[in-house]
Design a protein around this ligand. Structure first.
Ligand code: BES
Ligand code: ZN
Length: 460
């Protein structure tokens, strides 16, 4: 039997079990951003390692004392390894489920409806890492795994800043050396075509706290006298942008170069039209810098986003107060040439300098990681293009993605491996939102791709 039919047969025979096992994985609420889920994150890592050990891998939980271990595993059989090395990166943590009342089925109880598996993490990233793990199982069961220089490195804090991994990268260095760093945590533009992601933006975050009076004040007694933190944070936030949508923070664009024609072509591949965008999200694409095309704004230019603003009363009816504090959560998407720490410092300076009659504190400053650019000459990309053509019956799309997988740049540098980003997620998967799901058909494609790619990438 040729290899592709063997892979498809294996999938047909085992798919129900794959989905059942994935459902067990999804039932562990490993929400790394929520400290109260810390034990679940540890439990999730343990579950994952036990599963890997049942399919021919051997590994350990690294830095388990932190509560967010990194699962590192390699093929178990002793003896010579030979071949080109592949390190696989993924994450077992997930985003919070709020607002939970908008889910049609419980977020940690996987449910298949109309060919999709619904649960938090069904796609990002448990579902996508699962097809890779099942591809390792296939290799094991067919005697092709032993001796392959494959290393799995699955962390538990991608959604919250990859702290443990970032701090311990050097310690992992010897184990993660490889030629390819395979990451299946991205999407494809269409279910009819495969996508290779050639660039990702980096990310930095911070929290801004504006403090005024030492308690909420009566807005009749103190209105017109006390400086209002809600008003002040609104003014400060508005000052971050100019009329054209350009970021008005001195130094923000330092190091940023204009995108090249080649990059623009990559970013434009499959980008939605303005009309399609409205259909997709229910609102027009009027964000960002005026005069630049949607594809450029959405991937090749840096941004400063307000992720949340909170102050005072937001409940039913009214409450006449001047709130004592106001808080905003900001994140910045970084492009090549930008240094996250310098960008954060520039934003902080901008806000603190402009405050009037309130105190401004910028805290929880975190640089997730710099932007990533995959070389167009990448050997890893060349090796998987035929696998993707065979799978989808057409050329893959090369594209630039606006989202971030913050640690990938540094992981690539430390492992000496070329990042290779191929994923099968779709916009309708609702990642990070209520009713996250993953189409079983996309899972299948991911599985077949991973089987073929692991073979193609490891041959010398
Ligand atoms: N899997 C996503 C990244 C992604 C999303 C790639 C959509 C391609 C298309 C990843 O898990 C993610 O959500 N990253 C976060 C990082 C942040 C929480 C530090 C992001 O981009 O917001
Ligand atoms: Zn995510």
């Amino acid at each position: 039997m040729d290899s592709i039919s063997e892979i498809k047969n294996y999938l047909e025979t085992n798919r129900p079990r794959f989905i059942n096992e994935l459902t067990e994985f999804l039932a562990i609420p490993s929400v790394s951003t929520d400290p109260s889920s810390k034990e679940d994150c540890l439990r999730c890592a343990k579950w994952l390692l036990a599963h890997l050990e049942s399919i021919g891998m051997r590994g350990e939980l690294k830095f388990a004392e932190t509560g967010y271990p990194i699962v590192v595993a390699k093929p178990a059989a002793d003896g010579q390894t030979s071949g080109r090395g592949v390190t696989i990166y993924g994450h077992y943590d997930v985003q919070p489920v709020d607002p939970v009342e908008l889910w049609d089925s419980p977020p940690f109880k996987g449910e298949v409806r109309d060919g999709r598996l619904y649960a938090r993490g069904a796609q990002d990233n448990k579902g996508q890492i699962w097809y890779v793990i099942k591809a390792l199982e296939y290799l094991h069961k067919t005697g092709k795994l032993a001796g392959k220089p494959i290393t799995l490195c699955i962390e538990g804090q991608e959604e919250s800043g990859s702290e443990v991994l970032a701090e311990n990268l050097q310690k992992l260095k010897p184990e993660i050396q490889a030629a390819t760093l395979l990451v299946c945590d991205t999407g494809t533009l269409s279910p009819h075509a495969a996508t290779i992601t050639m660039g990702l933006r980096g990310i930095a975050h911070c929290t801004v706290t504006v403090t005024g009076p030492n308690k909420d004040l009566h807005s009749g007694v103190h209105g017109g006298v006390a400086r209002n933190p809600a008003q002040e944070i609104s003014r400060l936030i508005a000052s971050l942008y100019d009329e054209s949508g350009r970021i008005a923070v001195a130094g923000f664009y330092d190091g940023v170069t204009e995108p090249t024609a080649e990059e623009i072509a990559l970013a434009s591949a499959g980008a939605p039209s303005d009309e399609d965008y409205i259909k997709m999200v229910g609102a027009p694409a009027f964000g960002g810098e005026k005069g630049r095309p949607l594809a450029v704004r959405g991937g090749l230019r840096p941004t400063l986003e307000i992720n949340g603003v909170h102050s005072g009363y937001g409940g039913a009816g009214s409450k006449t107060i001047i709130p004592s504090v106001a808080i905003a959560k900001l994140s910045m998407r970084l492009v090549k040439g930008q240094d996250g720490a310098r960008v954060l410092a520039a934003v902080k300076r901008h806000l603190v300098e402009r405050a009037i009659g309130v105190s401004v504190a910028v805290t929880e400053e975190r640089v997730g990681g710099p932007a990533l650019q995959v070389s167009p000459q990448s050997e890893s990309v060349k090796r998987v293009v035929p696998c993707l053509k065979e799978l989808m019956g057409g050329e893959p799309i090369f594209r630039w993605e606006g989202a971030s997988i913050p640690i990938v740049s540094e992981l690539g540098a430390v492992s000496g491996a070329e990042p290779l980003l191929v994923g099968f997620g779709l916009e309708e998967d609702n990642i990070h939102a209520p009713n996250e799901s993953f189409a079983i058909q996309q899972f299948d494609r991911g599985f077949i791709f991973a089987c073929r790619a692991l073979m193609a990438l490891t041959v010398l």
